[in-house]
Design a protein around this ligand. Structure first.
Ligand code: AR6
Length: 182
């Protein structure tokens, strides 16, 4: 576990569905109807109220689905967290389809929504670096810089956690940042 940005950013290993923070972030897809990976785990452990809330959002605000880079908030059902913020990262297609900008927007808009909601503590999974195939070494400094910029301007969230399911992926993140000497 490493700390950055005067302790406001913490990198940890574990399962995001077990965290007792104000909000956890879901790496969803545009349908908001669930899926595999972290999305599947959140809906499975949180129970049906999260899907009901997602259906409401689809019926009223985002009839064509949640565009990549945007974020919405729901309750967290049976999870220990209070809220789930659902965002959609880019599908990696080689880097020339605005993948970097979309990944930045997903983190930035999630942090802004958390701030507006008054959230103190938030945990992110490694958005897009699973099924969506975004290179992990490329994602690390992008994610770090978006969080750094947000925290330098805003007092909320007070604390941000980046949680990695595997130790290996956590180490890739930490080692990539240390090489960059951020
Ligand atoms: N806690 C923390 N991290 C997790 C967990 C967990 N419980 N489960 C998986 N991860 P992915 P994506 C890590 O594929 O690339 C879904 O089907 C995982 O090891 O969940 O954004 C959606 O519905 C990886 O490092 O998300 C979309 O269709 C990271 O979370 C699509 O996958 C992200 O992997 C989104 O793909």
């Amino acid at each position: 576990m490493k700390e950055y940005l005067n302790g406001r950013l913490k990198v940890i290993q574990g399962d995001i569905t077990t965290l007792k923070v104000d909000a956890i972030v879901n790496a969803a897809n545009s349908t908001l109807m669930g899926g595999g990976g972290v999305d599947g785990a959140i809906h499975r452990e949180g129970g049906p109220s999260i899907l009901t809330a997602c259906k409401e959002i689809r019926n009223h605000r985002y009839r064509d689905g949640l565009p990549p880079g945007k974020a919405v908030i729901t309750d967290a059902g049976k999870l220990p967290a209070d809220y789930v913020i659902h965002t959609v990262g880019p599908v990696w297609g080689g880097g020339r389809q605005d993948e970097v900008k979309i990944l930045e927007a997903a983190y930035r808009n999630t942090l802004l929504l958390a701030e507006e909601t008054g959230i103190n503590t938030i945990a992110f999974p490694a958005i897009s670096t699973g099924v969506y195939g975004f290179p992990k070494e490329l994602a690390a400094p992008i994610v770090y810089n978006v969080i750094k910029t947000h925290l330098s301007r805003k007092s909320l969230p007070r604390k941000v956690f980046l949680i990695f399911l595997s130790k290996k992926n956590m180490e890739i993140f930490e080692e990539t940042l240390s090489v960059k000497e951020l």
